[in-house]
Design a protein around this ligand. Structure first.
Ligand code: ZN
Length: 358
């Protein structure tokens, strides 16, 4: 099972899916889920729905993992051939410098570099400051706008970090360009595959959502469309277990199990998960003997936010995969946490066949 998880995640991480351009990820997920659902559907935004039918009267459970990843958009091509980029999603400008990018051009991928002023020329004061994204440029080796355009590059195209995912030195730590949220997608895929062997009464709809990183947009539509009885977002969360991070600010560790989310907030906006849902997740974990962590996150949200307030309202929560270096090119997740997440969701679904939650 563990190796299969690695395979599933590698394939998902390699796919390109900047917000609004999720088709390739959708195709990968459809391939991975072949034979694991009864019906498939999509909506105008590009959300994908893979449904496994349940018994009449049993609840409908929506699982939701977002397909999109952070990226960039080409906003200008300089006369000298350099590209100017803008962020898609919540980048930290310090993470973007000196990276390899792939621009998804008209005629296929174009390799670019985010260079910067050489160390020799940087003044003492400048050294202390991050270079804002609007000052960055992408060098694609060309010397003029015409040459850049001849490579198929145009304003409005998107770019991603150019990096192949891998296990770090034979450990169970996977590092990739898009573990947010291909890790959640991998958990969802494995849940659906394993459900095939189990007599679960609920209808389960695996939703691969679009445009999470630009405002939880796809999930709002998906929640409204499905109006499930219960929804679980499957997404990554922030680890606080590396040097220089105050652990108390995000007391979640890599490899210590999936996290049950209780609350998350961005600025003054917050999303409390109803206690009756977190309680059932805890019971599921305890009953199955699974390690889990308790998550309270200040500084971000998930698809559960917009699903909860969609339509007439949905009972929504989140099972998180701990991640280091989130929103950077070198995100890390632990395969054991993905495996734990799969088992937790399966145990939760089984539990719904006992005492009803809704
Ligand atoms: Zn995410």
């Amino acid at each position: 099972m563990a190796d299969r998880m690695h395979e599933v995640l590698s394939e998902l991480d390699a796919a390109i899916g900047v917000s609004g351009h999720e088709d390739e990820v959708a195709a990968v997920i459809a391939g991975q889920l072949e034979g694991a659902y009864d019906s498939r559907d999509a909506d105008p935004l590009g959300n994908q729905y893979f449904t496994r039918g349940g018994e009449d009267g049993a609840p409908t459970v929506m699982l939701c993992a977002h397909m999109d990843e952070l990226g960039f958009i080409i906003r200008h091509i300089e006369d000298e051939g350099f590209l100017r980029i803008g962020p898609i999603g919540g980048h930290d400008a310090r993470m973007v410098i000196d990276q390899d990018l792939t621009i998804h051009g008209e005629d296929g991928p174009v390799h670019g570099l985010t260079g910067a002023k050489p160390a020799h020329l940087v003044e003492a004061e400048e050294r202390k400051q991050a270079i804002p994204l609007e000052d960055l440029f992408v060098d694609i080796g060309t010397a003029s706008r015409e040459e850049s355009e001849a490579l198929g590059v145009r304003v409005g195209q998107v770019a991603t970090f150019r990096r192949t995912g891998e296990l770090l030195n034979g450990t169970r730590v996977f590092t990739g360009k898009a573990v947010d949220d291909r890790a959640g997608c991998a958990v969802m895929v494995e849940v659906m595959r394993r459900l095939g062997d189990q007599p679960i009464r609920s209808t389960v709809c695996a939703t691969a959502s679009v445009q999470e990183e630009v405002g939880l947009r796809g999930a709002l539509v998906a929640g409204t469309r499905l109006q499930p009885d219960i929804a679980l977002a499957l997404d990554v969360t922030v680890c606080g277990d590396t040097p220089g991070v105050e652990f108390r600010r995000s007391p979640v560790r890599l490899g210590a199990g999936p996290a049950i989310k209780y609350y998350d907030a961005a600025d003054w906006l917050g999303a409390p998960v109803p206690r009756r849902l977190t309680q059932r997740l805890e019971q599921a974990a305890d009953g199955a003997g699974l390690a889990y962590q308790r998550e309270v996150l200040f500084g971000g949200g998930t698809d559960a936010w917009t699903i909860a307030t969609s339509g007439h309202g949905v009972l929504a929560g989140c099972v998180s995969v701990p991640s280091r270096y989130i929103h950077s090119a070198v995100g890390c997740v632990h395969l054991d946490d993905l495996e734990g997440g799969v088992r937790l969701v399966l145990a939760f679904l089984e539990g719904l066949d006992g005492e009803p939650l809704v």
